[in-house]
Design a protein around this ligand. Structure first.
Ligand SMILES: C[S@@+](CC[C@H](N)C(=O)[O-])C[C@H]1O[C@@H](n2cnc3c(N)ncnc32)[C@H](O)[C@@H]1O
Length: 452
């Protein structure tokens, strides 16, 4: 049977990426803030649905060698690539299977973390429903599913542009980019559609074919998503990154005004989405019978680890933020921060930390993470990063962020195999990429944990 989604993903490589919003080290914190004692990801069973070539899952498997990671995808070409990358990375605790989610049977037991990133909005309704039913059936009792989706309110202005581009293509043939250029030419210069067209042009053809112009692109409002989840026996717990529940683009005044007018929590979230014209969410779901506790106890907050986020807006928080920043780039147990702030009452501190985590000036993780923030004399990328450098794919940093480089920088990176000194690498960089300020760049890579 003709399946345009399957054909697209078999014939065109989807750009490989890791997704910080799908990192269980952070979503586990979000779940715990929502009252759910999730299992620790280090020993968890983790499933990624629509895993593509494994760029998101392999770094998680390497980070937690005692976890069991499984990735499935419809596209055989992607799964073949995932097998190659896992072998190059030396990741023995990750398996990949070519499978349609609708027929996939998880026969080795339930999963503590299910990740479906960039999936829900790009598959037909039948597959969306199958995903939710699958999660209900295959989540462990306190497990969570991270499911991202496009939001109707933010996409409302884009959909008419997509229709116009498709009409131009139908009438004149040609690719998406030339149709977008024609549309830009005939659009009034003061039309709000100009900014949308420019944004689409900036995304480029490799992304647009899957994203805005994918065979399915079906943005939903949050209540529809939460209700569909409920119907499948799942409960929506909030965003997978606790700082993302309220869009950071909204001013404090706007948030306060909305909170006064809209009392229902879900309606409040939707009002905030509409005010921010938000385009995307990454929600966490748990089983409707999951053991949820009430407000998070102080002791549990102290179990989180933290690192420095953006500077806090109010001065009362600065002391805590500076204390956390003094450990940067490490992520350290909150107790260690408390130890250097003995004058703070732990209860007050917990209140501030909660505020910091939910507004982004503190970045939480379920476990600490420290590494040398210097490159060392013989900089050495791990096997996965070296493999990515050779294939010119994004390198995933210590915080699961993808980092893409100009083509010639990859040629320096692929030499960072631990056998060449900083001096040799600097000489190569100087002759090969004279425009690159090598030492600060190397230091930046070390700061991001690339040599961890
Ligand atoms: C937009 S891509 C997202 C890839 C990756 N998760 C990301 O966010 O970067 C969607 C992926 O889902 C896969 N897919 C689509 N329908 C599927 C299905 N029914 N079962 C399994 N995988 C599917 C596609 O092959 C594709 O690799």
């Amino acid at each position: 049977m003709h399946d345009p989604i399957h054909e697209l993903y078999e014939s065109h490589a989807y750009p490989p990426m890791s997704h910080p919003l799908a990192d269980p080290a952070v979503s586990a914190v979000a779940a715990q803030l929502g009252g759910l004692q999730t299992p620790h990801p280090a020993r968890a069973r983790i499933l990624e649905i629509g895993c593509c070539s494994g760029h998101n899952l392999i770094p998680l498997a390497l980070r937690w060698p005692e976890s069991e990671c499984i990735g499935i995808d419809l596209a055989e070409t992607s799964i073949r690539e995932a097998h190659r990358s896992a072998a190059a990375a030396g990741a023995s605790n990750v398996q990949f299977h070519t499978a349609d989610l609708r027929n996939f049977i998880a026969d080795d037991g339930p999963f503590d973390f299910i990740i479906a990133h960039g999936f829900f909005s790009w598959v037909p309704d039948e597959v969306k429903a199958a995903l939710l039913v699958f999660c209900r059936k295959n989540l462990s009792p306190a497990g969570i599913a991270t499911v991202s989706f496009n939001l109707e309110c933010g996409w409302a202005a884009r959909l008419p542009v997509i229709q116009k581009v498709r009409a131009i293509q139908q009438a004149r043939g040609g690719d998406i980019i030339s149709a977008l250029e024609i549309l830009r030419f005939v659009t009034e210069s003061d039309s709000p559609e100009i900014a949308i067209i420019d944004d689409m042009l900036a995304k480029g053809p490799a992304i647009l074919a899957f994203d805005d112009f994918g065979p399915v692109n079906d943005p939903w409002p949050l209540d529809r998503f939460a209700q569909a989840a409920l119907k499948a026996g799942l409960r929506w717990l909030g965003e997978s990154d606790p700082a993302e529940n309220i869009p950071s683009t909204l001013s404090d005044e706007m948030v306060e005004t909305l909170a006064e007018i809209v009392k229902d929590p879900l309606a409040f979230q939707m009002a905030a989405d509409a005010a921010a014209e938000r385009t995307f969410r990454s929600g966490i779901l748990c089983r409707d019978d999951a053991p949820l506790e009430d407000p998070i106890p102080l002791g549990m907050m102290l179990g989180f680890s933290v690192r420095m986020g953006k500077e806090p807006p109010e001065s009362g928080a600065l002391e805590i933020w500076r204390a956390i920043a003094s450990f940067a780039p490490a992520c350290v147990p909150l107790e260690e921060v408390l130890a250097i702030l003995p004058e703070w009452d732990p209860r007050d501190m917990a209140g501030k930390v909660y505020e910091g985590i939910t507004t982004g000036w503190i970045l939480p993780r379920i476990e600490p993470y420290e590494y040398a923030s210097q490159p060392g004399d013989f900089p050495k990328l791990n096997a996965f990063r070296l493999h990515c450098a050779r294939k010119k794919l994004p390198l995933v940093d210590a915080w699961h962020k993808p980092c893409l480089f100009p083509e010639r920088h990859f040629e320096i990176l692929e030499r960072m195999d631990g056998n060449r000194s900083c001096r040799e690498l600097a000489a190569f960089s100087h002759s090969h990429c004279p425009e690159l300020a090598f030492q600060p760049w190397l230091q930046h890579l070390a700061w991001r944990g690339m040599f961890a």
